[in-house]
Design a protein. Sequence first.
Length: 409
Amino acid sequence: MVVDADLSLAESKIGDSPSGKAISFDILNEEKRRMEIEKADIVISLLPPTLHFLVAKDCLSFRKNLLTASYVDEQIKSLEKEIEKSGLLFLCEAGLDPGIDHMSAKKMLDEIFESGGKVYSFLSHCGGLVAPESDDNPWHYKISWNPRNVVMAGKNGATYKENNSITKLDYKEIFGAERLVTIPGYEMMAWYPNRDSIPYATLYELENCKTFIRTTLRHPDFIKGWRTIIELGLTNEEKCIETEGKTVAEFFNEIFEKTPYKTTAQFETVNKGNDIIEQLNFLGLKDDKTRINKGLCSAADVLQFLLESRLALLPQDKDLVVMMHELEFTKDERRFKRTATMLVTGENNRETAMAKTVGLPLGICTKLILNGTLKTTGLQVPVLKEIYEPVLIELENNGICFIEKEEQL
């Protein structure tokens, strides 16, 4: 059974399958939600993260295993003892990132540990990007996942460990430096630190690792442009802009009035020859025809509107998911570097690499639970061998695989 607020969308996911049924209801309708969860054999929640807790409590009530692709938050964490006591499995972070990153990284780490190696540097990169053949804009990016998350990325800062020092960056600092990595089989990309990496060092048994960083990948031009987006206040969430009847160009004029530039013309003069002019023009810097008409909005709301309309995947477009782990370790008094790289290209704007790499791990885990192969219980993320081993094998059978390389340093 597939449930969505939009029945037609749920029906499109079912297609012609005789095994599926599409229904629609408001997830906040407690009676309906509990009724459907009670009838289910197992529950996969792809809701916004803040709503998982509602589903989780119902799953506990009706003794249903639960899977999500979202991070374990404090609300879900508060249920840990109840989940363990019930003998259920609540498997979270089982999509792409988090998900495949955990499984593939832990496989590499366990192999190194078992051979007597000691890891001293760990970097894990992942990005949902646009395939080269569909890269036709100055941002070198198209949206293949939740656009609001693109707008809000990095707002909570980032924490990581580098050279035995804990580093904490605020929002502007995350995008303030150019950090580059060459992806084997692809090209050089930029990365920024992703959320709080530190808890995952413990999860991966790397508490004594000198460097531990989880990152998000983007094209270098995107990082440079996004730095200006932040400086202009375009990710501000205060609802203070009336957009009814206002054109995109007028919106940008209003934004510049609140900055030292004061006008669009002055901004263009100061940044003449800078890529940011082309990037903002692509978003509608001088668009005096398109009216926003969304009532009282924040700058972030308007930015999301512009990204959704200007950076959307067209029907023929393909997205690209890139993941790479960089592990440096010592063994027998020698130093080594091992990398693992995954590149997955989508088919079109519906059958995307993002959908495949988020959905397949969840589907495979669900099958393993239902057929009795996976017997693990409790609140888990997929770092246990009994989880990651069969999932990675089946992912490889579906074309989602890593190319590993090892060299002595």
